[in-house]
Design a protein around this ligand. Structure first.
Ligand code: PMP
Length: 299
């Protein structure tokens, strides 16, 4: 059984149990992260853990949760946890901070528990699998209702309903629009559209969760001399004119969308910019090319 970090200790996963009255289970009052480690040529590397834990901290503050460990200390705990789990190389790391009170009442009661879980998780194949997409009829919740940029567990009901509906209708992926009808994102990933040599992704004001992968790719495209990248509002029908579309996120990595509502996107196959981006991303996260300082943390 894997070891997990739970209530301040490294314990067997079977010991990490929560009472059914737990606030987070009743009301969705938890925050989480999704981080990846990769088996690189020189050993295991965790990709941008400090940035993930910085977001975790911001979300904890938003939810009035105490998180005594700094992002650096959380990264160190994660390194230790991966070691205790036999350093699996390719892994998915799930930190969770949840409201642990067992008293009934939705208000943000004091008391939270930190858990960190790891899962063996091989990287996606290269070139990546392609996917069909549809627009979800569920809209992305607006920031006036909930903090749209935060990874709060309860808010993922929106993602769950959207992808469930799209899968039942026979599509692999879903695209959510904002309440004002702009393209927002996937159910757990951001979206990029390619028009010629122009790469476009929606802004925070479309109520997206601004992902760390999206941020990584924006930096990358800014450095590509043959491409321009802009963060701008996208109306849904503009996606039908795109040469290439892809989703990106820590879990999904780069996922080409080759059809939208049954219409082919561009050539109907993975496009050259998407494929090159997926290959570049893999080189980056495995340490095969130079990454900015602090992005890759060895285990
Ligand atoms: N949007 C949503 C709703 C997500 O859950 C995720 C995954 N965290 C993303 C975008 C992509 O974020 P990241 O690149 O930081 O994994």
């Amino acid at each position: 059984m894997p070891t997990v970090y739970f209530e301040g200790h490294f314990v067997d996963e079977r010991e990490a149990m929560v009472p059914v009255a737990t606030h987070a289970l009743q009301y969705g009052t938890a925050i989480f992260e999704g981080i990846r480690s990769y088996a690189g040529a020189g050993g295991t590397l965790i990709f941008r853990p400090d940035d993930h834990y910085a977001r975790f901290h911001r979300n904890a503050t938003l939810m009035h949760m105490e998180l005594p460990q700094s992002p650096r200390e959380l990264t160190e705990l994660t390194v230790e946890l991966l070691r205790r789990n036999g350093n699996p190389g390719d892994a998915y790391i799930r930190p969770l901070l949840y409201k642990s009170s067992t008293k009934i009442g939705a208000h943000l009661q004091p008391g939270e528990t930190l858990a960190i879980l790891t899962f063996v998780w091989p990287p996606t194949p290269l070139p990546p699998e392609t996917a069909s997409a549809t627009f979800s009829h569920w809209r992305r919740f607006p920031h006036q209702a909930c903090p749209a940029g935060a990874k709060i567990s309860g808010l993922y009901v929106n993602s769950a309903l959207a992808i469930d509906e799209s899968r039942r209708r026979g599509f692999d992926q879903t695209i959510l629009l904002s309440m004002t009808g702009e393209v927002a994102e996937g159910y757990g990933a951001n979206i990029f559209a390619v028009f010629g040599n122009k790469v476009v992704t929606p802004p925070d004001s479309a109520d997206i969760l601004p992902g760390i992968t999206r941020n990584t790719l924006i930096h990358h495209f800014q450095e590509c001399s043959d491409l321009t990248v802009t963060v701008e509002s996208i109306v849904p029908d503009r996606l039908y004119e795109a040469d290439e579309l892809f989703l990106c996120g820590t879990g999904l990595e780069i996922r080409p969308l080759v059809s939208l509502e049954g219409r082919p996107v561009g050539s109907g196959a993975i496009g050259p910019i998407t494929e090159a981006t997926a290959r570049w991303y893999r080189s980056l996260v495995t340490g095969a090319i130079d990454a900015p300082g602090g992005w890759l943390v060895p285990v």
